[in-house]
Design a binder for this molecule. Sequence first.
Ligand code: NZQ
Ligand code: ZN
Length: 388
Amino acid sequence: MKNFTFQSPTKFVFGRDTHRKAGQLVAALGAKKVMVLYGGGSAIQNGTLPVVLQSLDEAGLDYVSAGGVQPNPVSSFVYSAIEGARDEGVDFMLAVGGGSVIDTAKAVALGVPYPGDFLDFYRGKKVEEALPIGVVLTIPAAGSEGSPNTVITDESTHIKKGAAGECLRPKFAVLNPELTFTLSKYQSACGISDMMAHIFERYFTKTPENVVTDRLCEGLLLAIKDVAMRIIIDSEDYEAQAALMWAGMLAHNNLCGVGRDQDWGSHALAHQISALYDAAHGAALAVIFPAWMKYVYTEDIDMFARIAHNVWGVPESVNKEQMALDGIAVYEDFLRGIGMPTKLSQLDVPEDGIPEMVELAFALGNQTIGSFKRMTPTDVEAVYRLAL
Ligand code: NZQ
Ligand code: ZN
């Protein structure tokens, strides 16, 4: 285990009706003027937003609201929201939605106090200051409610990149599983794929001896696997949604990743698919992760055999390589079973689109991608080809 510092200061308020407390939670942080961000309308249609706004009124808070954040959120929305927030003297960002809305709120929170281009932070500038952020989560998926990360697509270059900084961890996150009942099967499946991917990015490491985090990862994967089909069958299964909502947070607040090198290569490859072909993040990962696993499993066959047995139920065998491959096959079956694509063609990505995705993946001057296997452009192309 490597040295680490871990601080997860977000206050999580979990359970039925908890979104009614949003106003109280913001007021307790001393905010004067709140900017409420939401997405394309689901939060209005299912009644979440009106309740949150009412709670702000009841707490005596002044606010402005801005809707229309799109999945795979883009820079143009952020620029206009930064301008609006400055004009209105906003000192607190409240996101009502999923990863896209939360990441946009984080981008605006970064941009308001910064005199330059907020995208500088997505090109490597150190994150040091941001407005405080609160979250009312409506989809268990990205884990942005507990993470220090934000991911935005620069429309001018089609580059989808992340920025990170401890000040971007939300001050509070309201997690009410009832708010997820209106999710489509596809969006739920995307969330399941994404949170599993967050665990894999941490699990596959070259750092030796991670017995605690290995077991946390395996336990979380098993828990997600246990409830996944219940949610696909019945989105109003409260207990299953509750389990998934908490798992999604734990998968990405880094509790499972401390003390070990992390990979994140598959996320980098999936981002190119989302940026160029507007594929849902979790769907892009469902296509990339099995292909990446097939390409890299020989780096540590024992590790792949272990997860195959412990998580995917592959029987122990002396043939570790076969166990590893069987585990990947069971994972792929699982993805198909919840309705996820596992091939690029299912996302309308043509074979001749691969060179552009490879180029974009290295556009910011990085020489390699990932850490479990440091992938060169040739490796990245090979992974995309395995996903055809
Ligand atoms: O826009 P609306 O109308 O709200 O609809 C959304 C959207 O179409 C819908 N939705 C959300 N809650 C709903 C609902 N529909 C019905 N009922 C509800 N309760 O779901 C769709 C997807 O929403 P989105 O916010 O895009 O989903 P997700 O949470 O998966 O976020 C994906 C984004 O997060 C980034 C991804 O790259 C992607 O851009 N990520 C952020 C991370 C982070 N900040 O730590 C880490 C992740 O790896 C990821 O990269
Ligand atoms: Zn993700």
